[in-house]
Every structure is written in structure tokens, then in C-alpha cells.
Design a protein. Sequence first.
Length: 662
Amino acid sequence: MNFSFKRLLLVAVAFPIVWLQSCKPKGTQSAVSGDAAAKVYVAPGKYDEFYSFVSGGFSGQMSVYGIPSGRLFRVIPVFSVDPEKGYGYSEETKPMLNTSHGFVPWDDLHHIALSETDGIQDGRWVFANGNNTPRIARVDLKTFRTAEIIEIPNSGGNHSSPFITENSEYVIAGTRFSIPMDNSNGDVPINTYKSNFKGTVSFVSVDKTTGNMKIAFQILMPGVNFDLARAGKGKSHGWMFFSCYNSERANTLLEVNASQKDKDFIIAVNWKKAEEYLKAGKGQKQSVKYAHNIYDEKKHSATSVIETEVTVLDSKELADMVYMIPCPKSPHGCDTDPTGEYIVASGKLAATIPVFSFTKMQQAIANKTFEGEYEGIPVLKYDAVLYGEVKKPGLGPLHTEFDDKGFAYTSFFVSSEIVKWNVKTLEVVDRVPTYYSIGHLSVPGGPTRKPWGKYVIAYNKITKDRYLPTGPELAQSAQLYSIEGDKMKLLLDFPTIGEPHYAEAIPAELIMKNSQKIYKIEENQNQFAALGDKFARVERKGNEVHVYMTSIRSHFTPDNIEGVKMGDIVYFHITNLEQDWDMPHGFAVKGANNAELLVMPGETQTLAWKPERVGIFPFYCTDFCSALHQEMQGYIRVSPAGSNVQISFGTGKTDSTAVANK
Ligand code: RUQ
Ligand code: CUA
């Protein structure tokens, strides 16, 4: 959400009545009809019809909900460390959070993009953006784990990201803040914004087989703020549409200074053309620095590499690649309908929703129906590209999703409602209040060529009185509406984790059948794995002590360890020997100043521990795994620095030295 609270007040002052209404809609109590409970009831042991992947905003995570029940199934750590799973704490996962700025254990995750084939969700991967330290992550939907993170150079705030093309050719990343380019002298006065600050949009290619990402090219753009984006589809495949604000290119008090002009822009990028220029060698190589982190499913380990080059195409110099469409007042959402013909732009401060036509845009380009140029880029005439406007739809339109019957659903932050309108006739056909101040909304398959319809889910920015109070902070609120009939019907409220921005839902059957149950022990290539109790051991290498430990119901091997001295670093490499679904073992040691490990069946993970005092330290399994889970424990002895206690270890031996000397 790009609104400051001040802006909210500003708008509220301008529309006082609406403001009041948005905070206290009438009929809150009676908004739910009698059969709502039956519609969301998923009986115990039954499955939900959809998975919904919900961004966690400032929690840096993504959560997975069942729809229609609203049940939370999983929190997937993406950009943030997660002590529950040891993500970002284990030696194997730490490199995932590496960046050119060092280890960055947090980000602000806004948008979700499910992979597509032929414009239809294929259930392979889900992508997400890191807004603060510009990054894109890919989560593998076999394991529901973050598999890859790539940093975006020449970017300051990766907000219009990661929107995906029809065949997952690219996920894109537009910079929210324009900044001096990474290879230039960034030490410039901020008020030289207009001459020194630039924007970029990055096209990150996705490998068809592995999903691996690569920055294919960046396009140098005028120094505006890029906000959101959507790929063309069907007839508009090959184009990407970005909304931008601050065409004033203000560098201070944007709330006022970036709202001067009557119109900002939708920027249309012909990426097929960009590919041609790239092939023809029209790109400039730039030296930059960005991290590229990949998790290897066989080695159970991540690697982080700092890449040093990107190819940049200049929108000013390369003709017929970028066009601008004027768009009323600070556009936020920019959404394309399932046919790819209509581009819906939502001006946060506009009183109408302009709907642009891709066909008309093509004609306007062919006929050069320009009204001028903006920073060397042709600006198309508004009327020449406009299909029509949705009149008086509401206040503060933000985002639009589509169903399978030719309707669009637009969220209105200020008037706090979802408005349903007919994409062809542009007539408003229904509206429902949201509680309160909706941001994004989501129809299953809503951004694709094949929406599944059935529901629209509101992701609200303000919760107020919807739940039992929990002090100054309340859980953010999502609301589920049925869109099966002519009228939208509120069915359910459910809380979310962090601040939800975008969410995308997909039929469960597209994912559940591929879900991985275990890591096969014979495929475990972690260099520190102990693939059986007989390989369990403790080895000293200088001041490093490596513990190759196994876990299986209900013991660790070894569970008695001696010979560690002050000044040592102990690496616990835990291999979970189980080969049963849902049988993780945990590992925690007293005083460890990071987190536990939660090790999946067949997996190896490592916890580094630097003891800071002499004594006996218990360790134990943190996941209640069997009737004898409480017995799944052990001891490690730490001796003074100069001590002559030798390394020894064992399980089930009373004389551990005997084991060590074997
Ligand atoms: S934003 S509430 Cu960060 Cu997607 Cu529109
Ligand atoms: Cu293993 Cu509890």
C-alpha cells in the first residue's frame, strides 16, 4: 500500500461523508446471509477447493490458506528468518538471505505470481517480491519452500513486481523509487532528482524446466515511480503494462508534489521488441552487484553468488519498444482482462476507471496518434486508446480482478467496497462493503486467461472492530465473498499474517498431487549427511567440532558428546533418517543464540553453536514425534580452553571413551 495515513486524511477531508461511511458501514451485523456458514464449511477431514497464497507484507513471509474455509495451512518464510523452521538460521539456508548489502533477514513482501503455462496457472512455482531490498523469490510448490532469490540491481523499492507473463517467460520488476544508477556516482544532491534519478524495469527470465531465474535485461526508464504491472495475454501477449505515478518527478512531499498533474501514465512495454534489440546487441553492459541464491534440493543447501553485470536497453534511444498512455491521477493497479484486450487502470485519486483497448492502442501506434513525448518516449492520445470509462464507480480504486463470466471486480480503498462491473458495457452491476478499506482483492485465477471464479477475497488494510481486541494491534482481515450469483455475498472473515497485499488462489488439485512427502535418503547429497547411525561421528578440525548426528524415533546418535572446549565452534549436522510423511525431528541446544532446526525426513541441516561457558548443555528434539519424544535428548560437555578432555561420543554406551576409540 502506497498511501500515507496523511493522504488518507486528505482524501477523508475531501469526502467526509464517504469517510464516515467507510469506517462504520451500515448493516455490519446483518451483512451475512443465512446459508453463509454452509458455504464455507469444510467438514473435518475434507479438503478445501482452493489454495490461496497470501503475501505477508512486512512479515516478509507468504502464507497458505484454504478457500473457502479460511484455514491457515502454512507460513512459508521467504525473505524473513523463521525460527520455527530454522530458515535463515541453519547454515544451509543462511545464504538464501544474502544480498549485495550482506545478510538481510527481512523484507516487505507485497505481490504473488503463480507460474502459468499458456496463460493458465500450472501450480509449479509461486513468485514473490521483496519491496525493500529489491529481490524476487521463487517458491517451489512441490515442497512449499523458497527455492531461489535473485536481487534486482538498479532498483530502489521493488514494488511493481513480480508480475508474470503468459508462459512464465519472465517475471518483471519495476522500481518504485527512481534512483541514480548503481554504476554512477550516487553521491549527488537529492534535489538533482530530475537529472540524476532514473527508473528501470527488469525482465527476469524463468527457466522452463528448473524455474531458475536470470536477469535477461533491464530497460532504462524516466525517473518516475513504478507502481504495479500486468502482462498482456492472448492478443496482447508480448506486452507488459506498468502503472506509474510521480510523473512530476518530485523528490519531496510527494503526497502533494506528485499529485499536481491531471494525468500520470500507464507504460506499455513491447518485450518481444526488447528481445529483438537485445539479440541485435543494442543493450549496454553495466557493471553492478547483485546476489543470486539457489537452494539445491539434493544437497539441502543454498549457495549465494554475487553477479556483476546486467544488460540495459535505453527506452529513449530504442524506438517502438515503450509507449506511454496518459492515465488519470496517480494510477495504482494496472490489470489486463482474460482476453488481453482490456487494460484497466485505477487512479487512486480519480473518479472514473479508464479502460484501455489493446486494439486501439495498436492502431494509435500505427497511426502515430501521439500527443507528445515524455522523456523521449511517445505519449499516445488518451482518447485514441480509451475503450471507455466506468463512471462513478466509487472512491479510490486500487485493483481489479476478473471472473469467468465477463465481469470485473475493483477494490475501492476510500469508499471501502468491491464494485462489480461488466467489462464490455462498463456498467456497474453490484457493490458490497468491505470491513474496512480494502487494498488488493483476489478471484481464483483472476489475473490469468482462465479465471476459476466462484469467490472474491478482499484483503483489507484496517480491521478496527472486526475481531476481539488484542491490544493496539489487530490481525489484518480478509473477507470471502461468493460471486456465483448476480450479487456478491459476504461469507466469511478470517485473519491474516502480517499485512496482506496481493494474493492468488489456485484449484487445490493443481498442486496437491505433486506435493512432496519426504526427501529420499538415498538422494541426500548434503556434504555433512550421516546416512545411517553407523556414520554418526564427531570430528575435530582445529577449533571446529563437527557433529554428524542422526535422528530417528526416538533418539539422537550420538547423544553424549565430550571434548568440546571454549573457543570451539560446534556444527551440529543433523540428518533425519525417517522416511515417513510428516515426521520431522527438531534440534535445539541450550544457549544457542540462533534458532532450532526442524529437519524433514531424509534431510540434513546444520546448526552452528559457539558455547560461551563451561558446563553440560542438554539438547533435545523440539517436535513431538512419538510417545517417547520427551526421551529424545542428549548432553554435550564443554570444557575450559586448555583442557585435555578428548573428543568422545556415543549413544547407549555408558563408557563413551570406548566408543570414541573404536
Ligand atoms: S499494493 S493495496 Cu503494495 Cu500491491 Cu495495492
Ligand atoms: Cu523427535 Cu521428538
